[in-house]
Design a protein around this ligand. Structure first.
Ligand SMILES: *[C@@H]1O[C@H](CO)[C@@H](O)[C@H](O)[C@H]1NC(C)=O
Ligand SMILES: *[C@@H]1O[C@H](CO)[C@@H](O)[C@H](O)[C@H]1NC(C)=O
Ligand SMILES: *[C@@H]1O[C@H](CO)[C@@H](O)[C@H](O)[C@H]1NC(C)=O
Ligand SMILES: *[C@@H]1O[C@H](CO)[C@@H](O)[C@H](O)[C@H]1NC(C)=O
Ligand SMILES: *[C@@H]1O[C@H](CO)[C@@H](O)[C@H](O)[C@H]1NC(C)=O
Length: 296
């Protein structure tokens, strides 16, 4: 049985083609190949207590920030126009790999601008095994001038099946983090309520619909690697794959999937846009309770 997302999520099947160029420079740190993470640079995350926004590149310096040239971790405080480098780009950030069970862990330290006379503003990344691509989660100030992030990602697991494609699923919007990673299905997907009985749309959030022996619902026939799958009269087609991560929009957040596999009946490449927004009731914005789907 396909789980059905119930109420605040709109699916629009449209015919636009997005062209995204993603830099694919290799990013190898210690024994880990972090190229898949570096491809989505800059990562943006927020210290939700302070409202400080951090921009992060792991393997290159940030472009166009207010931090000094050469910065890899840039902190922009909420109430200040001053940005501080919490880590300069280094081709060899100090790292310490600690074996942990069968999975790898990585502790990475970046040092930035001077803090006082004898310290540097610094960032510690603690990478470990997680089910999704993950994102840098702010953990607090670990000592004076030093902030710590935890980043759980499947790139640090050895035994977990890896997706064909996953994109960042958390985004900073209006100073807070909207995290849809709990919606990512590791296998299978969601069946979208459709107004058209002839057409069934199946999706996953931020990741392709992975099919294994445990998947027995309608997603089991989806095209390998697709994140949106369309079934018309038992004929299944690829209706898109993600290129970029979750994006903030004026109303909420959005995912766009595009396909280069064009069915004969289409004049352009298929694409699926998923708009997530907060239900307009209650008043308090809560993206954990957003849900609902429309197809048009
Ligand atoms: C690192 O990962 C990227 C993306 O998966 C891949 O294209 C590249 O070949 C890998 N590099 C090495 C040295 O394994
Ligand atoms: C807010 O940021 C400042 C400067 O980095 C830091 O000293 C302070 O501990 C932070 N406060 C909280 C609640 O994280
Ligand atoms: C930022 O400014 C707001 C209002 O202008 C204030 O309430 C808040 O305490 C300030 N935060 C910090 C960290 O200074
Ligand atoms: C980082 O770069 C700044 C200048 O942008 C420099 O003042 C600082 O010393 C550098 N930090 C380290 C640890 O080299
Ligand atoms: C689905 O198949 C039926 C019978 O084969 C046909 O009459 C109908 O037009 C088809 N619908 C679409 C949307 O292709």
């Amino acid at each position: 049985m396909a789980a059905t997302i119930a109420s605040g999520l709109t699916i629009i099947i449209s015919f636009t083609v997005l062209i995204n160029v993603i830099a694919a420079d290799n990013c190898i740190i210690g024994n880990f190949n972090l190229t898949l993470l570096e491809q989505f640079s800059p990562w943006k995350t927020v210290d939700s207590l302070n409202g400080t926004i951090y921009e992060i590149n792991l393997c290159s310096k940030l472009k166009s920030t207010n931090c000094p040239d050469g910065t890899a971790v840039c902190a922009q405080s909420k109430n200040s126009t001053i940005s501080v480098s919490y880590g300069n780009y280094s081709s060899a950030p100090s790292n310490e790999k600690t074996p942990f069970g069968t999975d790898g862990e990585l502790l990475l330290t970046f040092k930035g601008q001077p803090c006082g006379s004898d310290k540097y503003y610094s960032t510690i990344f603690y990478f470990k095994c997680g089910k999704t691509l993950g994102y840098p989660k702010y953990q607090g100030e670990n000592e004076i001038c030093t902030v710590q992030f935890e980043w759980e990602s499947y790139l640090f697991c050895q035994k977990l099946p890896t997706p064909d494609k996953e994109v960042p699923c958390a985004v900073v919007k209006d100073g807070s983090l909207i995290d849809l990673t709990p919606l990512i299905k590791l296998t299978g997907g969601y069946s979208v309520d459709s107004e058209n009985d002839q057409t069934q749309i199946l999706i996953n959030v931020c990741r392709d619909i992975t099919i294994d022996a445990t998947v027995t619902d309608d997603t089991k026939d989806c095209v390998k690697g697709s994140s949106a799958c369309k079934v018309v009269n038992k004929s299944v087609s690829d209706n898109g794959r993600p290129k970029t991560g979750l994006q903030a929009t004026s109303e909420g957040v959005r995912l766009v999937y595009t396909s280069t596999i064009r069915p004969p009946s289409c004049i352009m490449d298929p694409s699926t846009t998923i708009n997530f927004y907060c239900p307009k009731r209650g008043g308090v914005s809560n993206f954990q309770n957003f849900l609902g789907i429309k197809v048009r």
